[in-house]
Design a binder for this molecule. Structure first.
Ligand SMILES: Nc1ncnc2c1ncn2[C@@H]1O[C@H](COP(=O)(O)OP(=O)(O)O)[C@@H](O)[C@H]1O
Ligand SMILES: [Mg+2]
Length: 242
C-alpha cells in the first residue's frame, strides 16, 4: 500500500479557538490510483492533502508511506521526499512572476540533491516536462505573460520535473473557466494513464468525477469512499464542446 492513514486528526489552535479540521480519518491509497477528495468548503480537504503531501503533520494518528511511519522522518527526510516523490499543483498556480516559464519549471531541480544535472541535462528535462503539457513554445515567456490555463500547465510541468510518483492537486481548476479547466483535467487523466498516482482536491462533484474513486468529506470526516460510477473522460467532453 502506498498510503495508509489511521485515526488522523488535525486541530488548529488560534488564540483561544480550536478548529477540529480532521477527525479520526482512516484511508488507504494504492499506487497508481486517481482519487478525488470532495466536499464543501471548510470540510478539511486541503488540510488532509497537506498532511498526505507531508507539508504538515497531523495532531494525532499515523501516516504510513510505503511501509514507513512518516512520524520517523526528520525535516530533511520530509523535504527530500516532497521534492523527489511528490508534485504539487495549487489553485493559485504559485509561480514566480517576472521569471521565465523554463526557470519556474526548473526550480525543483535546484533542491534535488540526489541528481546532479548539467545545464544541458536540466534544459532537456525542462523541455520534456513542458512538452508533456504542450508548453514548449512558451519556455522563454515570463509567467505574467501567460493565460490562466498556461500558468496552470506551467505549474504542472514544474510538478513533473523530478518525475514524482504522486501528484497532489488542490482545486487545480478553481481559477479557470470550464473549458480551460477541462484541459487541465485531461492532462491529469493522461498522467494517470501513464502511471502517476493522483490525489485531487475539489469542492465540485463534476470535477471529482474525472477521478476513479471519490472520498467525500464533511466536517473533517470521510463520510463516503466509493468508485466513481459515472466517470467523465475529459477528452470526450472536450471534443463535444468543439
Ligand atoms: N492554518 C489554519 N489555521 C487555523 N484554521 C485553519 C487553518 N487552515 C484551515 N483551517 C480551518 O480548518 C478547517 C478546514 O479547512 P480546509 O482544510 O482548508 O478545508 P477545505 O480545503 O475543505 O476548504 C476550516 O474550518 C478552516 O477554517
Ligand atoms: Mg481547500
Amino acid at each position: 500500500m502506498l498510503i495508509t492513514c489511521k485515526d488522523i486528526t488535525k486541530v488548529y489552535v488560534t488564540g483561544e479557538t480550536e478548529t477540529h479540521a480532521l477527525r479520526d480519518v482512516d484511508c488507504t491509497i494504492r499506487a497508481g490510483e486517481f482519487v478525488a477528495i470532495m466536499g464543501p468548503s471548510g470540510s478539511g480537504k486541503s488540510t488532509f492533502m497537506q498532511i498526505l503531501g507531508l507539508l504538515d503533520r497531523p495532531t494525532s494518528g499515523t501516516y504510513v508511506l510505503d511501509g514507513t511511519d512518516t512520524a520517523t522522518f526528520d525535516d530533511d527526510a520530509l523535504s527530500r521526499l516532497r521534492n523527489r516523490r511528490f508534485g504539487f499543483i495549487f489553485q493559485s498556480f504559485n509561480l514566480l512572476p517576472r521569471t521565465t516559464v523554463a526557470d519556474n519549471v526548473a526550480l525543483p531541480l535546484l533542491y534535488n540533491r540526489d541528481e546532479r544535472l548539467s545545464a544541458a541535462q536540466s534544459h532537456e528535462r525542462v523541455m520534456a516536462a513542458l512538452a508533456a503539457v504542450s508548453m514548449e513554445h512558451r519556455a522563454a515567456h515570463t509567467t505574467n505573460q501567460l493565460s490562466g490555463g498556461e500558468q496552470q500547465r506551467t505549474a504542472i510541468a514544474r510538478a513533473l520535473i523530478n518525475n514524482p510518483d504522486v501528484l497532489f492537486a488542490d482545486e487545480p481548476t478553481g481559477n479557470l473557466d470550464s473549458k480551460t479547466g477541462l484541459q487541465v483535467m485531461r492532462i491529469l487523466q493522461r498522467l494517470h494513464e501513464d502511471g502517476k498516482t493522483i490525489v485531487l482536491v475539489t469542492h465540485e462533484a463534476t470535477t471529482a468525477r474525472h477521478a476513479e474513486r471519490m472520498l467525500s468529506m464533511v466536517d473533517g470526516r470521510i463520510v463516503d469512499d466509493a468508485p466513481v460510477a459515472d466517470r467523465i473522460n475529459a477528452r470526450d467532453e472536450d471534443s463535444l464542446r468543439k
